[in-house]
Design a protein around this ligand. Structure first.
Ligand SMILES: C[S@@+](CC[C@H](N)C(=O)[O-])C[C@H]1O[C@@H](n2cnc3c(N)ncnc32)[C@H](O)[C@@H]1O
Length: 412
């Protein structure tokens, strides 16, 4: 890491994931906040061409467009492509008024029993997610949205985002951890909460209001949201970029498909659990369902990046006193092989002098520290990026060794 500068920064505070917060859109990672994006963008005066190869909920694109930059983002998840487009679209007051009117039409039709409810989505153990009344309401509301607004227009899309927020609002799932858990089902027992049913449409109205208020402030500057695999970034866009700014998946076994599956099932992006496993296997860092068994058989395709300290870490993880040691060692090896492939593609889409910023978190596996930031910096170095810097962005949680970093470099 001879070319790498290491700086500490302590002016960030830790906030919990605000999936249920005031923000009008859906949030994925607490780490990658608007604040971080704005701080990086503040270093530049001129309008830039910006790429985020791991778009998620399109935070980069939205912030970039708000500051007059031209953003392109990529995500492998079709639901997030849709959400990214909706989130970065421009809405005039007529679009917003139409959305309010359409919502009232749908809610009225639902209350009058004039629309056919959709079948509950095939989510495993669905009764853990929603109590029977909430599920009935959601099936009717989705039936109403589908029947009255069969085409996906701008306003319909906003109604569907509000629907997504409502399914989480009404669910027993708690999203305040890295991984989701379920509240005690008794908290939403029907007999104790009869008045909930009457309030469901108001909950939907509140969520819609948050979405529409946010949407009205969207910038006019359009963003390009592309579906595809960041490992083949150069095949997805002919454009060359001045800045790459992203928060990739961390090597921490978080599955975005697992986290997003309620939205994906309800909106028809997933039809059965096997599809979820397949999608997770395509995603970098996916280990859920079928991906887990495939990892056990996984063999490295290339050994182009294998510094001694890294092979030692893999060895220590695989020999940890745990039955999943080999699985997790393969997981980490595959994660960095995928990121290596991605970084090779990045070189082909950067302008001369273009900067890359990766906001990443380190992890531990059975007490073995995985220095993600050092590995990113060393990979950039090995791929001939210059001016490589690691900045500590903030502490991640109560575990004293876990941090988030901004690993940056420049392509010449
Ligand atoms: C940490 S999240 C990005 C969060 C985002 N910055 C935000 O503000 O919501 C990582 C994203 O990478 C996506 N992803 C995983 N593997 C990918 C791949 N091979 N190509 C493109 N996107 C991928 C996931 O679907 C997920 O949305």
């Amino acid at each position: 890491m001879s070319n790498t500068q290491i700086k500490q920064r302590s002016d960030y505070t830790f906030k919990h994931n605000q999936t249920k917060g005031r923000h009008g859109w859906l949030r994925l990672t607490p780490a990658y906040s608007v604040k971080i994006v704005r701080e990086v963008l503040a270093q530049f005066n001129l309008p830039l061409k910006i790429i985020d190869p791991f778009s998620g909920t399109a935070t980069t694109a939205l912030c970039a467009a708000q500051q007059g930059h031209q953003a392109t983002t990529v995500d492998i998840n079709p639901f997030l492509q849709w959400l990214g487009k909706v989130k970065t679209d421009f809405y005039n007051p007529d679009d917003i008024d139409l959305a309010y009117q359409q919502a009232e039409q749908v809610l009225f039709a639902v209350s009058q029993g004039k629309v056919k409810a959709v079948a509950p989505p095939p989510i495993h153990n669905i009764e853990r997610w929603w109590n029977p009344l909430a599920l009935t309401f959601l099936c009717r509301l989705k039936g109403g949205l589908d029947a009255l607004l069969p085409e996906r227009h701008k306003s319909t899309n906003l109604l569907l985002v509000a629907f997504c927020r409502t399914i989480i609002k009404l669910s027993n799932a708690a999203f305040n951890h890295q991984s989701m858990s379920f509240k005690d089902i008794k908290q939403t027992d029907i007999s104790e909460n009869l008045d909930w049913l009457e309030n469901y449409d108001n909950i939907y109205r509140t969520e819609l209001d948050a979405v529409l208020t946010t949407a009205l402030n969207n910038p006019q500057q359009p963003s390009q949201i592309i579906g595809g695999d960041a490992r083949h970034l150069n095949e997805l866009t002919p454009t060359k970029f001045d800045l790459l700014l992203t928060s990739p998946p961390y090597p921490n076994r978080m599955s975005y498909i697992r986290e997003l599956r309620p939205y994906m099932y309800w909106l028809g992006y997933l039809k059965e659990s096997r599809e979820a496993g397949e999608l997770d296997w395509q995603a970098i860092g996916g280990t859920w369902g079928i991906a887990t068994s495939r990892l056990l058989e996984w063999q490295p395709k290339c050994n182009e990046f294998a510094p001694h300290y890294f092979t030692e870490i893999l060895d220590r993880i695989s020999h940890a006193n745990n039955k999943n040691g080999v699985l997790l060692s393969n997981y980490v090896a595959k994660y960095f092989e995928d990121i290596w492939t991605h970084l090779k593609a990045v070189r082909k889409v950067m302008n001369h002098g273009g900067q890359v910023h990766y906001i990443v978190g380190n992890s531990t596996f059975y007490g073995v520290l995985l220095p993600t930031e050092r590995l990113y910096a060393d990979m950039l170095n090995a791929l001939a990026f210059k001016d490589i810097t690691i900045q500590t962005v903030r502490k991640r949680n109560s575990k004293k060794e876990l941090f988030e970093f901004d690993v940056s470099g420049r392509w010449f």
